[in-house]
Write a protein of this length. Structure first.
Length: 202
């Protein structure tokens, strides 16, 4: 099992973004995150992460600049961390920004896509990268107010539908990303059409 954490590329730390920070910043960021995990997940946090997520899943304006991505990837490499670029639903402007970022990723790097157009772009122009279907493409009911598993079954997801499976194949999706569904059991993950990366605590 691989353990990863997300690091946003932000410009509030100065024009150099996170590039001006030393490598321990990544470790400190992870330690802070691990400290905030619920007790039931604390055992997982004892293992050092092997991957870092850069970018943003929900806002194209928060995607890193090319220089920021290079600096973050250098820091990740020095820490022996694999890199995943998280991307949001993208406008034409966002697609153009991604065209400057995707060539910077290493061979076998991952791109979390929350837009079928972005997934198609990665598959078509950068087949050396792994396409991951993000949480916005893998939606399901996860309302914490659901009182029991019986209620959860009334609102099934469509992740195992033939149409969704065809889209995954067409875009060469290697894995999917999910929040933890309410009342989830191990059999849920066994039935999914692709290996799943699960976000915790949400």
């Amino acid at each position: 099992m691989e353990f990863a954490f997300a690091l946003g590329c932000t410009r509030r730390r100065g024009s150099a973004g996170i590039g001006g920070q030393a490598l321990p910043t990544l470790r400190e960021h992870y330690d802070l995150l691990a400290h905030r995990l619920p007790a039931r997940l604390s055992d997982w946090a004892q293992d050092r992460p092997t991957r870092v997520y850069l970018g943003h899943e929900f806002c194209e304006r928060l995607l890193p600049r090319p220089g920021e991505l290079r600096d973050a990837m250098r820091m990740a490499g020095e820490g022996n961390l694999a890199v995943t670029l998280a991307t949001p639903v993208a406008s034409d402007s966002g697609i153009n920004r991604l065209r400057h970022l995707l060539p910077l990723l290493p061979l076998g790097g991952e791109v979390v896509c929350n837009d079928w157009g972005v997934a198609a772009l990665v598959r078509r122009e950068h087949p050396q990268l792994r396409v991951i279907a993000g949480r916005q493409l893998c939606r399901m009911t996860k309302d914490p107010r659901l009182p029991s598993p019986r209620w959860a079954k009334l609102y099934p997801h469509g992740l195992c539908s033939p149409t969704f499976a065809a889209l995954l194949t067409r875009c060469a999706v290697a894995a999917i990303e999910l929040d933890v569904p309410p009342f989830v059991e191990a059999a849920f993950f066994d039935a999914l059409p692709r290996p799943a990366n699960v976000h915790a605590p949400f």
